[in-house]
Design a protein around this ligand. Structure first.
Ligand code: ATP
Length: 436
């Protein structure tokens, strides 16, 4: 049974060192989170799994890493300065602010229940503005990017020239984005600083509908392949009134969060809107000349845009499980091995000096290839429980017999089954079990 209550995951993550409230020693900074020893590994693994599927295993996508700070011209051209807004209302009774389009009842304050106490909605721009350089003034204005996507459009020409790709091809990016959300909520689901994993896939205009279908399926399947049960996912096509003016179709991959189905990723047909905007504002040519047909055209774009931090929350919720082993209830995170923070735990049966050298030899052997945890505190049962709770797929126990027979015991997180394996075959066996 996956977690039904967000609090189950939030408290596990705090207790075990996945996610902490940021600046907690100063009372905490609202809506920002720090990723601890386990959370930073999990988040990194989510991003690496995405890059592996979207870049490494394909020959038609390249990766970039663009700057977070950017000048106003970029956001002028993209439309964000004018349109990247949410409708904000104030409750005149309790003085709280809300995003109008996210209220259950647009007439009732969810904080103090006052009816009809909201001000008129006004559009609030979500971009964080700052200044670059020591001199204040309009020339120094800069913005923290609210999405990674514009980096792919502004670099389109250079990537096309240097990568030897031609449409259909994609530019991918993973990194931080910032939005001054009116109502950040639900832990790491909606925060003001977060991470995105975005692909801009450039295609000949006529092929746009078929690539849109293709990416909707690919992206839905990615979550399933990485361990989310299909029944916890759905693909929801946007209604016409939700679509941006340049989009001829958008679908969201949604996950069954404890509060209902909600967005993990949006897949949008963006037409040639972005490249044309940047071409017009920059005066640079952002198009493709096809030498085969002698035609010059502005490619259409399909954009699968996912959140890494939000997706991490979904993977944790889906992986959470409780079962009974030896009459004892245990909590286990059934994370996909690629996502698990540690792949293997090395657990010497005793802290005695006689076992330590061999245990460290095994740790080093495995650490060449995998992220390994080493733990010699407490009794072995407690150590297994801890590894189950942080999602480590395999535990390797080194005992006194290991000194004589050069063999160790591998324990499986999901089945708790144990098998004895010669140390010489350990790396190969672990590889078979994990699948990599
Ligand atoms: P929403 O409607 O929830 O505000 P959006 O549709 O504006 O999101 P996009 O601009 O499509 O979101 O961003 C792509 C992805 O980036 C989202 O599907 C989500 O996973 C992630 N994302 C967007 N905003 C946030 C946020 N404030 N915190 C965490 N992740 C976010």
């Amino acid at each position: 049974m996956p977690a039904t209550d967000l609090e189950q995951i939030v408290s596990l993550c705090k207790r075990r060192g996945f996610v902490y409230q940021s600046a907690e020693i100063y009372g905490g900074f609202r809506s920002t989170y720090d990723y601890g020893p386990l959370g930073s590994l999990l988040l990194r693994n989510v991003k690496e799994a995405w890059v592996r599927s979207m870049v490494q295993q394909r020959d038609d996508v390249v990766l970039i890493d663009a700057a977070i700070l950017s000048p106003p011209q970029v956001w002028q051209a993209s439309g964000h300065l004018a349109n990247f807004t949410d409708p904000l209302v104030d409750c005149t009774e309790c003085k709280q602010r809300f995003r109008l389009d996210k209220l259950d009842d647009p007439d009732v304050c969810p904080n103090c229940n006052s009816k009809g106490a909201f001000t008129e909605a006004r559009e609030f721009n979500l971009m964080f503005k700052t200044q670059a350089g020591p001199v204040e003034g309009t020339g120094a204005d800069a913005y923290l990017r609210p999405e990674t996507a514009q980096g792919m459009f502004t670099n389109f020409g250079q990537v096309l020239q240097t990568s030897r790709k031609k449409p259909p091809f994609g530019i991918a990016q993973v990194g931080k984005s910032f939005r001054n959300e009116i109502t950040p909520q639900n832990w790491i689901f909606r925060t003001r600083e977060f991470e995105q994993m975005e692909l801009e896939f450039f295609v000949p205009p006529a092929e746009s509908p078929q690539w849109y279908e293709y990416w909707c399926n690919e992206r839905l399947n990615w979550y399933i392949e990485h361990g989310i049960p299909p029944e916890m996912l759905r693909l929801r096509a946007h209604d016409d009134d939700e679509l941006s003016h340049y989009s001829s179709g958008t679908s969201d991959v949604e996950f069954a969060f404890p509060w209902g189905f909600d967005e993990l990723e949006g897949i949008a047909q963006r037409s040639d809107y972005d490249l044309k905007q940047h071409a017009e504002h920059s005066g640079e040519r952002l198009d493709y000349f096809d030498p085969q047909t002698n035609e010059r055209y502005v490619p259409y774009v399909i954009e699968p845009a996912a959140g890494a931090t939000r997706t991490m929350a979904a993977f944790l919720l889906a992986a959470y499980d409780e079962d009974v082993v030896n009459d004892e209830t245990r909590t286990v995170l059934r994370l996909h091995p690629r996502l698990a923070p540690y792949k293997v735990a090395v657990l010497p049966l005793s802290k005695k000096d006689t076992l330590t050298p061999l245990a460290h030899e095994i740790r080093l052997l495995l650490a060449e290839r995998y992220m390994v945890d080493y733990d010699e505190t407490q009794n072995i049962g407690k150590r297994y429980r801890r590894q189950d709770e942080i999602g480590t797929p395999l535990a390797v126990t080194v005992d006194f017999d290991s000194l004589d027979d050069r063999a160790v015991t591998i324990r499986d997180r999901d089945t708790t089954e144990q098998v004895r394996v010669p140390i010489d075959e350990l790396l190969a066996t672990v590889g078979d079990r994990l699948g990599f």
